[in-house]
Design a protein. Structure first.
Length: 367
């Protein structure tokens, strides 16, 4: 294998695929990046057998071939060469990777690519097309609510539910639930898939052109997208997802509308003190205002935020981090809090967006 590429192209490509390099594995091939040169294209591939990323860039080929180089070392070194106009990649007779740039040369140990895993890309059972900005938004507004608990692996993923032209993304961890809907086009049929949250977050990092569209392809155990000559494949999680619709209350006795920025700032300040007492922040809802408070042995915070209330007064407490996570991703100027009792789930919605819902369980506190 012998080829010449631009430094910035190689650096950008390596930076994308290195995210799929395995960090802890007995298989040294999975710690590497596969370079495959054919025609006027150089394809870089990395996988940890859960996700795979493949990026293709233009090159000038003198000899076709494939090789596996140490992934993170190669990425770190190539990052220092992104200003080079030309970089020559050449596999030597003894199997090493020779990197030539500005009259200098560096050698890396390399491995044969013959046993490198084949990335399955011919999946086309179910698919839909969605604007990149919308797909990124639906992920950002839900994936943070996925569980981190290995004992409940199914909850470490988001449920993608496609019904007609509507995509619903759901995440929950046993303490909170996030649901976001977006309109898609060119849907081939209804489908459900549970996608690891880690994979979805990596997808958002590949999205660079918000107004362009991306095709999402799903089959029995894989999801694939192709963005700007970057192919991303992830395994799906197996199992039955929780019937989240049964968790959401159908009616409420207390609803209040509040300026998101004002409430967010108050909760953030209260959370500083709340860190001493398990992150608990209390909301005391009254006719025209809500008291935001937290108490600890080190001190206390109590602030008033103006609201528009419909229904009864109520006092309720939450993990402040769960409130902050939700309010941070809501774009509306105002949000609506929907409540029943101090021990019943609270549902938070943007005032002008019916396609997003966040449910949070309260914390029981002594009165």
């Amino acid at each position: 294998m012998k080829t010449i590429v631009k430094g910035i192209d190689l650096s950008n490509a390596v930076n994308k695929v290195v995210k799929a390099v395995s960090q802890k594995t007995p298989n040294s091939l999975l710690e590497g990046i596969k370079l495959s040169c054919k025609g006027d294209e150089l394809t870089l591939t990395a996988t940890d057998m859960e996700i795979a990323i493949e990026k293709t860039i233009s090159c000038e080929t003198f000899m076709e071939g494939s090789v596996v180089v140490p992934g993170r070392l190669f990425a770190e070194f190539v990052k220092k060469l992104e200003d080079e106009d030309e970089i020559e990649l050449n596999v030597t007779e003894d199997g090493r990777m020779k990197i030539v740039y500005s009259g200098s040369e560096t050698y890396l140990q390399a491995q044969s690519a013959e046993q490198y895993p084949i990335i399955k890309k011919d999946i086309n059972l179910n698919s839909f097309v969605i604007k990149q900005k919308a797909f990124k938004d639906v992920i950002n507004k839900t994936s943070f609510a996925c569980s981190q608990d290995d004992s409940r692996p199914i909850l470490k993923g988001c449920l993608l539910e496609l019904e007609g032209e509507t995509l619903t993304c759901v995440a929950l961890d046993g303490f909170r639930l996030a649901v976001c809907k977006k309109t898609v086009r060119e849907s081939t049929g209804n489908v459900k898939a549970i996608v690891p949250a880690r994979a979805l977050v990596e997808i958002t990092r590949l999205i660079e052109h918000d107004e362009e569209y991306v095709t999402v392809i799903i089959q029995d155990n894989s999801l694939l997208i192709d963005i700007d000559n970057t192919v991303f494949v992830t395994r799906l999680l197996e199992g039955e997802y929780i019937d989240y619709k049964r968790i959401v209350p159908s009616s409420y006795v207390t609803v209040f509308k509040v300026n998101k920025a004002s409430l967010f700032s108050s909760i953030e300040r209260a959370s500083v003190m709340a860190k001493v007492m398990k992150n608990i922040v209390k909301l005391d809802v009254h006719e025209n205002y809500v008291d935001v408070s937290s108490d600890s042995e080190m001190g206390n915070v109590k602030e008033q935020v103006l609201i528009n209330l419909e229904g009864k007064d109520v006092s309720i407490a939450f993990n402040s981090r769960y409130l902050i996570d939700c309010l941070r991703v809501i774009d509306d100027e105002f949000v609506n809090f929907n409540l029943n009792t101090s021990i019943a789930p609270c549902v938070i919605k943007p005032n002008s967006d019916e396609d997003y819902l966040y449910l949070i369980l309260p914390v029981r506190i002594s009165q």
